[in-house]
Write a protein that binds this ligand. Structure first.
Ligand code: NAG
Length: 394
């Protein structure tokens, strides 16, 4: 599960520092699937961080490499000075913990008694039997690693960003780009894939070399910045090492809403309700999302739940994020998050630099004005810098 942003990406543009941030991914342009053949599930909006990028941002579907510009931004009125991208990793496998729970659930289904055949004979459509025969293709080694789709997510994101900010991503600025990542394998791999996307932008048609040999790479690992929560004393004391920090989450897992789902699912799968618990149900729910995101298939796990169940499971996940990430303990203020401090410091510095450069440029322009006026030449005045607080969904 994601604990924090994975990578920070910075580009500097001469003579102004520039920094970039983003979050996205997409479907292959050369996919053989026509849009109407796309496999979808009505549960998708309830998967939280496990929602497919293209479900969260359907604008990616027609062309995952084409940039889409917010008409309010980057018009003639301002120029991009700095771009900071806080990028989540691309699509990944489930963790070993999730895979083990899924295996446990699969084991329960396969151990069901012979009485179940009655339902099939009655034409009831035995979802339990379908699931028992549905291949469990997740293995322990996969442990949350980036999948090929995730690499593609990142390459396409890089291509979109490079086309969206051509000045910042000019070839000469490549050396000023800074990619900072956490040490998590899926994050490091996402960083490498992002650089491959940029390589594709700069050298269309050429196969990318090893990231270590790229002019822009390789990503720098900085856990102190990217896993800042591991270094926050307040978070460690009040949440990480606090046995009762997740009290409300545990209470919800055994509460009436969850009990209803347990009973319902036990009935559908024809397994004893006592063998099920909220964690197993949640992993079954996420398996629908993993199969959709990783393989593009709608597994029978999606048919186990309806929208009302999905709302309860979404709430469970939100509740966990709320208490586990420290929001419930008001320790997410700007003062406690070194990552955001870092981002704002860089933005402020870039604006400052830009302003002092503009000041000099203005003086020079004024001097030039006197000279140019005589020649009746048009003047080019530098545009003011603008601060892009929040860019989403590009
Ligand atoms: C641990 O969590 C509980 C439940 O939210 C909270 O009341 C308590 O203050 C926390 N303990 C510490 C040491 O922060």
């Amino acid at each position: 599960m994601l604990r924090g942003p994975c990578r920070l990406f910075r580009v500097s543009v001469a003579p102004v520092a520039a920094l970039a941030v983003a979050l996205v991914s997409s479907l292959s342009r050369c996919s053989l699937l026509e849009p109407e053949d796309r496999v979808v599930s009505p549960l998708s909006p309830y998967f939280g961080t496990k929602t497919r990028y293209e479900d969260a941002n359907p604008g990616l579907l027609p062309d995952p490499e084409a940039p889409r510009r917010d008409p309010q931004l980057l018009e003639e009125t301002c120029i991009p000075v700095q771009l900071v991208a806080l990028i989540r990793h691309g699509t990944r496998y489930p963790t070993t913990k999730q895979i083990r729970k899924l295996r446990q659930l699969h084991g329960l289904l396969q151990a069901r008694g012979p009485g179940d055949d009655r339902i099939r004979a009655a034409g009831g459509g035995d979802l339990g039997a379908v699931l028992a025969n549905w291949p469990l293709w997740y293995a322990d080694w996969m442990d949350g690693q980036l999948v090929e789709k995730g690499r593609q997510d990142m390459r396409q994101l890089a291509l979109r960003l490079a086309s969206l900010f051509p000045v910042l991503f000019s070839r000469e600025n490549c050396g000023r780009l800074q990619l900072v990542t956490s040490s998590k394998h899926r994050c490091v791999d996402s960083g490498a894939a992002f650089l491959q996307g940029l390589w594709q932008h700069y050298h269309p048609g050429l196969p990318p070399p090893d990231v270590a040999d790229m002019e822009c790479g390789p990503p720098r690992i900085n856990d102190k910045l990217m896993r800042f929560f591991d270094h926050c004393e307040k978070f460690l004391t009040q949440v990480e090492r606090n046995a009762t920090a997740l009290y409300h989450v545990e209470a919800f897992k055994t509460g009436p809403e969850m009990q209803n789902i347990l009973k319902k699912v036990a009935g559908i799968l024809q397994v004893p309700v006592n063998n099920l618990n909220a964690d197993l149900i949640q992993v079954a729910f996420f398996t629908c999302s993993f199969d959709l995101a990783i393989k593009g298939v709608k597994s029978p796990w999606c048919d186990v739940f309806d929208i009302d169940d999905a709302k309860v499971l979404e709430y469970l996940n939100d509740l966990k994020q709320y208490w586990k990430r420290g929001y419930g303990y008001t320790i997410n203020s700007q003062s406690s998050c070194t990552l955001f401090q870092d981002i704002f410091q860089h933005l402020d510095k870039a604006v400052e630099q830009k302003q002092s450069q503009d000041h000099i440029a203005n003086l020079l322009t004024q001097l030039g004005y006197i000279k140019l006026k005589c020649n009746k030449l048009p003047l080019h005045r530098p545009l003011p810098p603008c601060r892009l607080g929040k860019l989403q969904g590009f």
